[in-house]
Design a protein around this ligand. Structure first.
Ligand code: ADP
Ligand code: MG
Length: 694
């Protein structure tokens, strides 16, 4: 039996010299629990404190490093309770006073005659040179100067954990543990991409001789992180694409042809290209695993419908999952309109259905009589059992977690999978981050679309906005008025919508046909309202953000968003995508008092650009990659060092390296790949979404 060795790097951080239980807790708040976490807690930036300045020369404000000798200490009595220690120091060119607040026992460390390296902001105050709260270090300390007299790392820190404490702990961790870090990067890879051994990179990223050296070391560590991700993705991809699917569709090209002919419009070139890709993959012996990206309004639904025609026409069942009931219901209607003429039976399954209805639908699905089930998360419930599910479509996939996508897929046996999203991320990034998926892009909008003219208005201009709503309606068009997202609570949201609706109906537009739509309405009512809006019976639809995704009523040309600053950029872009779906000019009016600078930037970005990719870029800049790529949503691991945006070139190289490694050693069996193999098993196997190696 194998002995279970404790991996020293996985020990709690409190075993690092100088880090007791109390500090360990503070580190916990930074997400640092193990020794390894601490080793990978890389600096936020560096400060070059390597050149010594003279006190005499430091006449102007600025940070500088000095090598000085302590002359004497003074503790002046202050009226406030704060304790001030003044330390007089000299470097032979001038005398200066370093001021420390609230520090105890300084006299023990800084006795007269002690030589120290001092770093801080210098200024002249009534002829006296002062250094406010500097960092210092005894020049003679044995572990070398950590905090001054060198390029100093500044780590992310907290109230309880000063940069100085973190620096000390990192240093202690490196001394005790760095040599036990196993090397994940094979020598050939290091040579090819100019990387350091990871162990050395860890030392240099924290304590480099120059800022450039620190950055080079960081790139090695980022590369190593990306390499593991790409290996995991490629292994998963290999498992999927080499699997043989148990189902084959009866080839009946005529059905797809009939369907495409029945469409009331000409497909765009992009749609034709992607439908052809999808068709070929569906007929291949291996499961399809494809991500379809396309900006709002680019016409993704038709592509999904074409896939369903191949599947259902070929004798199998398909499922389409959408994130909201309203979208599911709309898809249900759209797919029925598209598919019933070619003999495909479509059913709907949502959480809001009555039990008897639901049971009837479940029975049809289980017996295989329903060819296509359209639904919400309700599809994931255990009692939803398919007879022969072969195709899974997930719409607006960014609204689902990995686990949910996996759960739907698990209802079939190696089904074909098509996930669709309007959240655009740059193509190279998509290819690399979704490395286990094939990516198609609908990069062409249907002809005749005009950009939605977008305006910001302050709340005191509301009356003018309402006048404009009236004008649009009089011209035969329709409008949405979306009310603010109150909380993450549908109930509160709903009551806000009801209130706005009442005001619109009775005071603002008593002469117009105003409708109301929110998530808490009974399904039948929602259906009726959407249907009335589609027919044009409702002219102004007051709604909660439930209409954010997917809703498609081409005659609606005006979108008014109340308190627009409460929405995220991506959400506003989606909302705006509800209009501009025909050749009529369309408008989006964002009402906001612009309460914050960030809100102003968000709304400006929307007013200025229509390009979903550009908007995603701004969103990324405003929110940072962590939040933008929300781990839960994308199923990506959190990167400790790497930044998938800033380091995208590195990411591509890591992908290339991963491909090379797997080509030579498909199972990662060679000794130089042992560490990678172990790390993959540990890091990616537990997420469940990735394949275990071997
Ligand atoms: P999204 O990509 O946002 O899901 P949809 O599939 O909802 O877009 O399509 C948006 C609208 O454009 C729908 O009304 C759809 O019927 C219409 N549409 C799709 N493709 C075309 C096309 N090639 N020509 C004209 N209209 C199209
Ligand atoms: Mg859509």
């Amino acid at each position: 039996m194998a002995t279970r060795l404790v991996d020293p790097l996985q020990q709690p951080v409190q075993y690092v010299r100088g880090v007791g239980p109390r500090l360990a807790q503070a580190f916990g708040r930074l997400g640092i629990r193990t020794v390894e976490d601490l080793l990978y807690h890389v600096p936020r930036r560096y400060e070059d404190r390597s050149r010594f300045a003279t006190l005499y020369g430091a006449a102007h404000d600025g940070f500088a490093t000095f090598r000085v000798k302590v002359v004497r200490l003074r503790e002046p009595q202050l009226r406030s309770a704060k304790k001030l220690t003044e330390v007089y120091v000299t470097d032979g060119t001038a005398l200066a006073v370093a001021k420390f607040w609230g520090r105890r026992h300084l006299d023990k460390v800084l006795s007269p005659g002690t030589e120290i390296v001092l770093w801080g902001r210098v200024r002249r105050e009534r002829g006296q040179i002062e250094v406010e709260s500097p960092e210092f270090e005894r020049a003679s300390e044995e572990d070398g100067t950590l905090h001054t007299g060198r390029v100093v790392p500044v780590h992310p820190a907290t109230e309880q954990l000063s940069p100085r404490l973190v620096r000390r702990a990192v240093h202690a961790a490196l001394e005790a543990f760095a040599q036990r870090v196993p090397e994940p990067l094979p020598e050939a890879v290091r040579a090819r991409y100019g990387l350091l051994p990871v162990r050395e990179a860890l030392w240099r990223v924290h304590f480099p001789d120059s800022v450039e050296e620190g950055e080079r070391a960081r790139r090695t560590l980022a590369f190593a992180e990306f390499l593991e991700l790409e290996l995991a993705l490629l292994l998963r991809r290999r498992a999927v694409t080499t699997a043989t699917k148990p189902h084959r569709y009866r080839e009946d090209g005529s059905l797809l042809e009939a369907f495409l002919k029945s469409l009331p419009f000409q497909l765009t070139g992009a749609q034709r290209r992607v439908i052809e890709q999808v068709r070929r993959e569906l007929y291949s012996p291996h499961p399809m695993n494809r991500l379809l990206q396309g900006d709002v309004g680019s016409g993704k639904t038709v592509v999904a419908a074409a896939a369903v025609v191949v599947c259902a026409g070929g004798g199998h069942q398909a499922a389409v999952m959408a994130p909201t009931e309203i979208l599911a219901e709309q898809h249900y209607l759209t797919f029925r309109r598209f598919l019933e003429p070619v003999g495909v039976r479509v059913v709907l399954l949502t959480g809001g259905m009555r039990r008897s209805e639901r049971e009837a639908v479940l029975a049809e699905v289980a017996r295989g009589e329903a060819d296509l089930v359209v639904g919400t998360h309700a599809l994931l419930q255990e009692d939803v059992v398919f007879d022969r599910l072969a195709l899974v479509v997930v719409d607006e996939q960014h609204k689902f977690g990995v686990a949910q996508r996996a759960a739907l897929r698990a209802k079939g046996h190696e089904p074909d999978v098509l996930v669709m999203t309007a959240t655009p991320i740059p193509r190279t990034l998509a290819l690399t981050l979704y490395g286990d998926l094939d990516v198609s892009v609908l990069d062409e909008l249907p002809p005749g679309r005009q950009p939605v003219r977008t305006y910001h208005r302050f709340p005191d201009r509301r009356d003018r906005v309402y006048q404009f709503v009236r004008q649009q309606v009089q011209a035969g068009r329709q409008a949405y008025v979306v009310c603010p997202l109150v909380e993450e609570s549908e109930r509160v949201e709903a009551s806000a919508a009801v209130e706005l609706y009442e005001r619109m109906r009775t005071q603002v537009f008593p002469d117009l046909r105003v409708g109301l739509l929110h998530g808490r309405m009974p399904v039948a009512d929602k259906d009726a309202v959407m249907e009335a809006f589609r027919r044009g019976d409702i002219q102004v639809l007051v709604a909660t953000p439930v209409i954010e995704v997917g809703v498609d009523v081409p005659n609606a040309t005006l979108m008014v968003v109340e308190d627009a600053d409460r929405f995220g950029l991506a959400q506003l872009h989606q909302l705006r995508g509800r209009v501009g779906r025909s050749s009529h000019p369309s408008y989006c009016i964002l009402i906001s008092a612009l309460p914050t600078e960030e809100a102003r930037r968000r709304i400006e970005a929307l007013v200025e650009t229509h390009d979903g990719f550009r908007i995603a870029q701004v969103d990324l800049e405003l929110r940072g990659p962590g939040e933008f790529f929300g781990t839960r949503q994308h199923g990506l691991p959190e990167f400790r060092v790497a930044d998938p945006i800033a380091d995208v070139a590195l990411l591509e190289r890591a992908r290339e390296a991963a491909e090379g490694i797997l080509e030579e050693d498909p199972q990662l069996e060679r000794p130089e790949h042992r560490v990678l193999r172990e790390r993959l098993l540990r890091r990616y196997a537990e997420s469940g979404a990735y394949l275990a190696v071997g």
